[in-house]
Design a protein around this ligand. Structure first.
Ligand SMILES: [Zn+2]
Length: 65
């Protein structure tokens, strides 16, 4: 299972997010919004929100790895 340590923009807590699949956009739509055509979705371990890779914040602390 792919995980990523990051800060949740929804609940503001840090944790190991789990990969929740990928969101694909048609190339023209992605280009219009300045987004990559494939965006990974992550699930917050604290509030269980689904957060797109673009909204995910890097962890501010490096205490945990
Ligand atoms: Zn959260």
């Amino acid at each position: 299972m792919q995980t990523r340590y990051a800060t949740c923009p929804s609940c503001g807590r840090q944790g190991h997010f789990r990969c929740n699949g990928k969101q694909r956009w048609p190339r023209e739509v992605a280009a219009q919004h300045g987004l990559p055509p494939v965006i990974t979705l992550w699930t917050c371990p604290n509030c269980l929100s689904t957060i797109s890779e673009i909204d995910l914040r890097p962890a501010t602390s490096v205490i945990e790895r």
